[in-house]
Design a protein around this ligand. Structure first.
Ligand code: ZN
Length: 495
């Protein structure tokens, strides 16, 4: 850990040298998905951003505890504490239990993240599993006088808080503007001030997701879970808190207020936020018809898509932009990314076939040391992956020159170059050669699938259509495409 890493801190509005609170260890909390719908590009962007942070900190030798929560309660239709719970609404429409909705979309999220090669977090706590901790937080804030009870619900008293602390430190807003904005939205209702936010909500009779509390049978406000769970798993002060930029206000602003009001000091040392994703220059939205889920990208099954894109193409495309810049998706840009990724992987493969020249070759160890230095500097400058990629593209150019016989490389330089690819392309940026891993999977399954197809052939000969159809249908469900040809059945593994 001799490297100096600089992280852009959203709250301080500048890059700061990263110094962990405990030497050699990092605590990182990232706001995870609200599990009521299929994961989309916004989920992928945030997960990939913090996967890079996680991977790079580990590469630097830190022991990282990475906590990413699952929001399965309290996220209401309108973020301003009103409306139906998003998960409960989905459950009502589909006539299932709210927890079935949460479980289904949690698994969908895990599948998509695995495909994108995002490492799983160290801890993945659920909001519904931490109601007691959230109630404890509400009690502390009430005891300290920064909240009030109203008709069974508990609200955070922003005006009182703002007299001692500053509400708006993260978003850079001031309280008058916030009050004016929120007043325009709706009436005050049971709140003292429209800008106050719910810490605990009394459940209406039709509300299913409810827990007992000293104030009412109800449910926690959306913002309480991250403060309560972050503190529980990472302690009273931890290093990094991340999430999408859309969470800066109100979610993270409210988290800061809750931490100050309950513990008297901030919990988070560095606030990090990834920028948003647009599609064809527009914000993604169901009403615009450009809302594309990750599964739709992977299958190509959406009117706006001209083809399917592999998870690695999506990952590579996102890494070609800095995480604090917006990323605009289009078919053209994705196709070009897919070609770029192929170029990188091809050059890496060619590297394994190069015959080294002598010690006086054109490309020597010192050149590769410079390349490694440049990649490291880019990562240390607030995780600048597009710069790392451009350095790797330069290396591809060099590799192609060597394979074309236009340049020579020394033996130790080849090994060093392989190590640069292993570290930066695969370990830190998490890229994968999907075609190679698919071929390996096919090889592993070959014996079993061939055996099943042989059983199917015999069933067909015996006119046992039920068995023969069942084998084909089950294989297809598991991702094996079976084709009957004149010479018997062939198969391949779909992505
Ligand atoms: Zn959160």
């Amino acid at each position: 850990m001799t490297e100096k890493l600089y992280i852009y801190d959203t709250e301080k509005r500048m890059k700061r040298e990263f110094v962990p609170i405990v030497k050699g260890r990092v605590g990182m909390y990232v706001c995870g998905p609200t599990v009521y719908g299929d994961p989309h590009l916004g989920h992928a962007r945030s997960a990939i951003t913090f996967d890079i942070v996680f991977r790079y900190l580990r590469h630097l030798g830190y022991k990282v505890r990475y906590v990413r929560n699952i929001t399965d309660v309290g996220h209401l239709e309108h973020d301003a504490d009103e409306g139906e719970d998003k998960i409960e609404k989905k459950a009502r429409l589909e006539q299932v239990e709210p927890m079935e909705v949460a479980q289904y979309y949690t698994l969908r999220y895990h599948d998509a993240m695995r495909a994108l090669n995002c490492l799983p977090p160290s801890i993945e706590p659920r909001a519904t599993g931490h109601i007691i901790e959230q109630e404890e937080l509400v009690k502390q804030i009430l005891d300290n006088g920064y909240a009030y009870e109203s008709n069974g619900s508990v609200y955070f008293d922003i005006e009182k808080y703002n007299k001692k602390y500053h509400y708006g430190v993260l978003s850079g807003r001031n309280l008058d503007d916030i009050i004016n904005e929120s007043r325009a939205l709706s009436g005050i209702g049971e709140k003292h001030n429209q800008a106050d936010f719910a810490l605990w909500k009394k459940a209406q009779p039709e509300h299913i997701m409810r827990w007992p509390s000293p104030w009412s049978t109800g449910f926690p406000g959306w913002h309480t879970e991250c403060t309560a769970m972050g503190r529980k798993y990472l302690g009273d002060r931890f290093d990094i808190h991340g999430g999408g930029m859309d969470l800066i206000f109100p979610h993270h602003e409210c988290e800061i207020a809750q931490a100050m009001a309950s513990g008297g000091h901030e919990i988070v040392n560095y606030w990090m936020h990834n920028n948003m994703v647009t599609i064809g220059g527009q914000k993604m939205g169901k009403s615009l018809g450009n809302f594309i889920t990750l599964a739709e990208f992977f299958s190509g099954n959406h009117p706006k898509l001209t083809q399917a894109y592999t998870p690695m193409t999506i990952r590579f495309f996102m890494l070609q932009a800095h995480y604090r810049s917006t990323v605009d998706f289009s078919n053209e840009a994705l196709i070009s990314s897919s070609k770029g990724l192929e170029r990188l992987l091809d050059a890496h493969k060619a590297l394994g076939r190069i015959t080294p020249a002598g010690a006086d070759a054109d490309i020597r160890l010192s050149h590769i040391d410079e390349l490694r230095r440049a990649c490291t500097d880019a990562m240390n400058d607030d995780f600048n992956t597009p710069i790392v990629i451009s350095h790797l593209f330069d290396a591809c150019h060099t590799i192609n020159q060597i394979t074309d016989g236009k340049a020579t490389i020394a033996p130790d330089a080849i090994e060093a170059l392989k190590a640069v690819f292993a570290d930066f392309a695969f370990d830190i940026m998490g890229l994968q050669d999907e075609a190679a891993s698919n071929a390996e999977r096919e090889k592993a399954y070959a014996g079993a699938v061939d055996l099943l197809l042989d059983i199917r052939r015999k069933a067909k000969e015996a006119k046992d259509w039920a068995t023969s159809d069942r084998v084909r249908d089950e294989l297809s469900r598991l991702g094996f495409e079976v084709k009957d040809t004149r010479d018997g059945a062939t198969w391949k593994l779909n992505k």
